[in-house]
Write a protein that binds this ligand. Structure first.
Ligand code: NDP
Length: 459
């Protein structure tokens, strides 16, 4: 089929028309609209130039989840009060393999958030090169302030329903915000009991019961490896750089650990109360203490500032709203934490690269501001894919009833991050040398999913 000629304006118009229909069909889902718009803008020229993709209505089909399950999750508090939460599993796209994606327990969870996450996950999983479809799930339950027993009862009730929809060859959930080691343990325990089978139908399991080495570290480590590859590609590196990190959860902590190991200085960490600025840097010891504070004692980041003379805590602000001076920003907390106004101030303060550890932490205006300011942006679907990649490796180990050693998993993680990076460069390099990693990741992921969908017909 001969290529049709089209202009940038044609592409912009096609995106607007597409988005209008999408918003009409999915009202009240701003996060989902935002995630789709970002991808549609990157892939529109490619679709316009390809009659097969247009006639197969690939983007329309790719933005419609294959299935959404919504269910009631009743549970009992320690005081004997009955509570009801809502649970979801969004099985977004299975063209590349069994559905795979995390579970989030947080009061802000709703269908829009899970659809955005499931859509992003589909493209992210494709980029890893492993055979995984995309999904996401969770509940509007807040584990914060709940006792271990309350969390256990909630997880057990959640799994009684979820288990109908998952399985090692159907859908393989993992953790996300609010779903860490403790929750995965309780979810897996209940699944194993009901099924009377020990399977790899959940990943992120503890190493004591068939989890993979390095799964906990993988997202943060992978994100920093990706940042190092981006900087190296542009003739620089992380050594000696000041790094601002938001969050102090799973992703943030291990990103801080890897950045320090590679010779950078981490100057901020945060939680939902505010952020700590430590101009001396969070060295290995301090990071270990933050890990203990946040993961074992379930405390607040403010405590770190109380213990270190030069460190300051700013309540109600983030490293981005305060435009803390840094060379590289790693937003690792949550979606839409970094606005266009923040981005402009960060550019003035000298930021050179922003690499997304969290999913969609930068608002659309922020990405545009960074692009205009020639700041390198490493998008989440590429930069934070290390977590799902090692989940994929955990699945492979479970399926073959073996466990690999840490070095083997670390080597595979590095290879996968390199593979993702190189695909982004291939599809994101413009006429000049500059690489647009956002466009590169969107286009490379889209092409992989589209090819599988085309091959499987109209299903
Ligand atoms: P955690 O629950 O371990 O940590 C989340 C961190 O972000 C906490 O420090 C939390 O603070 C903070 N946070 C959460 N919500 C807000 C908010 N609204 N405002 C300010 N701070 C907030 O989650 P993860 O580290 O696992 O996940 C972080 C991000 O990374 C998410 O976007 C997730 O989807 C993404 N991600 C995670 C992967 C993983 O392997 N875990 C894989 C790929 C992506 P507090 O302690 O106060 O709650």
């Amino acid at each position: 089929m001969a290529k049709q000629s089209y202009t940038r304006r044609d592409a912009a118009r096609a995106v607007e028309a597409f988005m209008q229909r999408l918003v009409q069909r999915n009202p009240g889902e701003p996060e989902f609209h935002q995630a789709v718009r970002d991808v549609a803008a990157s892939v529109a020229p490619h679709i316009l130039a390809n009659e097969e993709l247009r006639s197969a209505r690939i983007l329309e089909r790719m933005t419609e989840p294959e299935r959404i399950v919504i269910f009631r999750v009743p549970w009992e508090t320690d005081d004997g009060e009955v509570r009801t939460n809502r649970g979801w599993r969004v099985q977004f796209n299975g063209a590349l393999g069994a559905y795979k994606g995390g579970l989030r327990f947080h009061p802000t969870v709703n269908q829009s958030v899970l659809k955005f996450l499931g859509f992003e996950q589909t493209l992210k999983n494709a980029l890893t090169g492993l055979p995984m479809g995309g999904a996401k799930g969770g509940a509007d339950f807040d584990p914060k302030g709940r006792s271990d027993r309350e969390v256990m009862r909630f997880c057990q009730s959640f799994m009684i329903e979820l288990r109908r929809h998952i399985g090692e060859d159907t859908d393989v959930p993992a953790g996300d915000i609010g779903v860490g080691d403790r929750e995965i343990g309780y979810l897996f325990g209940m699944l194993r009991r009901i099924e009377n089978r020990f399977t790899g139908a959940i990943t992120g399991k503890g190493e004591a019961y068939s989890g993979s080495p390095l799964r906990a570290e993988a997202t943060g480590y992978g994100c920093v490896l990706f940042a190092e590859m981006m900087l190296t590609e542009s003739g620089d590196g992380l050594r000696g750089k000041r790094i601002a990190i938001s969050g102090s959860g799973n992703v943030a902590l291990f990103a801080a650990e890897k950045a320090t190991e590679l010779g950078a200085t981490v100057v901020t960490m945060s939680d939902s109360d505010g952020f700590v600025h430590d101009p001396d840097g969070f060295d290995r010891d301090k990071i270990e203490r933050v890990k203990d504070l946040k993961q074992r004692r379930r405390g607040r980041i403010e405590e770190h500032a109380k213990k270190h003379r030069k460190a300051t805590f700013t309540r109600g602000e983030s490293p981005w709203s305060a435009a803390v001076e840094c060379d590289v920003a790693l937003p690792c907390a949550t979606q839409n934490e970094l606005s266009g106004a923040h981005a402009k101030r960060m550019i003035k303060a000298g930021v050179r690269a922003v690499v997304e550890g969290a999913n969609m932490p930068c608002e659309h205006d922020a990405i545009e501001a960074f692009r205009a300011g020639r700041v390198l942006v490493g998008p989440a679907k590429a930069a934070n894919a290390g977590g799902v990649a090692v989940s994929g490796l955990e699945r492979a180990q479970n399926a073959s009833h073996t466990l690999w050693d840490r070095d083997t998993v670390e080597r595979r993680l590095e290879e996968i991050m390199r593979h993702i990076h190189d695909q982004c460069v291939r599809d994101g390099r413009g006429r000049e040398k500059h690489v647009d990693y956002v466009r590169g990741a969107n286009l490379a992921g889209f092409k992989l999913v589209a090819a599988a969908m085309l091959a499987q017909g109209i299903v």
